[in-house]
Write a protein that binds this ligand. Structure first.
Ligand SMILES: C[S@@+](CC[C@H](N)C(=O)[O-])C[C@H]1O[C@@H](n2cnc3c(N)ncnc32)[C@H](O)[C@@H]1O
Length: 267
């Protein structure tokens, strides 16, 4: 996977040279190319910004250098995606990360200052925001996306399954994780995790994942990829949190046939 980042502050990308992303680059699993679009400015002083027409505060990135820089990176095929970073774009999430991970190359255009000339928008295949807040530039947003997409590239995390259990990958938050010691200042690791009983551990994790999602981000349950065994876990959780019963209709399809028949007979 190749990431090409168009920016006027390439020095800001030092964090991509550390840890897992550094190893991924050393192993040639990902490549990160930084392009300073100031190099594409034609004026004597290499200006890339100018005052906005109509007046107003701040400076606006000019269209010419960015158009030239993008043209230089553009490929004729569908395996490249050009992304404009903007607080006006669609908000990035794990699903977008998975979708973008399928491309061979992502090209990011980082805005800065007050933003960019409107005519830069035509270059982009899509506009992406990393949240409903405003950053000083697209650089940190680009780094966040490069990081999230990279860890989905096979081999980057070392063990491929590591990202599959993460929060958001199946639409749920991840279950609680523990490591040694088994008792830290009276806070004990749940017994089941020490039991070595694989099936019970899986069930516990799934239930805690459902619980966490319900307690912290209940709106995620609307889109979550639920599984057959979730019905029983859901019924157990309803006993603890009666409010959860309002989700019953959405989960009804997970109910095993035998339970449905039993309910009919009971009524
Ligand atoms: C100060 S912002 C400009 C905001 C612009 N005036 C507006 O209101 O839409 C400068 C640049 O930072 C980047 N940026 C700011 N917030 C962002 C966000 N939430 N997601 C992605 N990029 C963002 C964009 O590239 C933007 O052009």
């Amino acid at each position: 996977m190749k990431f090409t980042i168009l920016t006027i502050f390439p020095e800001m990308f030092a964090p991509l040279q550390e840890s897992i992303l550094k190893r991924a680059q050393d192993a040639n699993l990902i490549q990160i190319k930084l392009v300073n679009f100031r190099d594409y400015a034609e004026s004597k002083h290499k200006n890339v910004d100018d005052i906005p027409y109509g007046g107003g505060m701040g400076m606006v990135l000019k269209p010419e250098p960015i158009h030239r820089a993008v043209r230089d990176s553009q490929r004729e095929d569908q395996r490249q995606r050009i992304i404009l970073l903007s607080p006006q774009g669609r908000v990035f999430d794990q699903r977008t990360a998975s979708r973008l991970a399928a491309y061979e190359e992502l090209v990011f255009i980082c805005g800065h200052y007050e933003g960019f000339d409107e005519r830069i928008r035509v270059l982009a295949d899509e506009e992406v925001s990393i949240g409903d807040f405003v950053l000083t530039g697209g650089e940190i947003a680009a780094m966040a996306i490069v990081d999230a997409v990279s860890r989905l590239i096979p081999g980057v995390l070392g063990k491929e399954s590591s990202s599959e259990e993460d929060s958001h990958s199946g639409g749920l938050l991840e279950y609680p994780q523990y490591t040694r010691p088994p008792d830290f200042e009276g806070m004990k690791v749940p017994e089941v995790l020490l039991s070595g009983h694989h099936k019970k551990i899986q069930e516990w994790r799934r239930k805690e994942s459902l619980r966490r999602t319900f307690l912290r981000r209940p709106e995620l349950l609307d889109e979550a990829q639920l599984q057959t065994g979730d019905w029983e876990l859901f019924e157990e959780l309803v006993l603890e949190y009666p409010e959860l019963a309002s989700y019953r209709s959405k989960w009804e399809h997970l109910k095993p046939r035998s339970a449905k028949i039993r309910k009919k007979k009971d009524s």
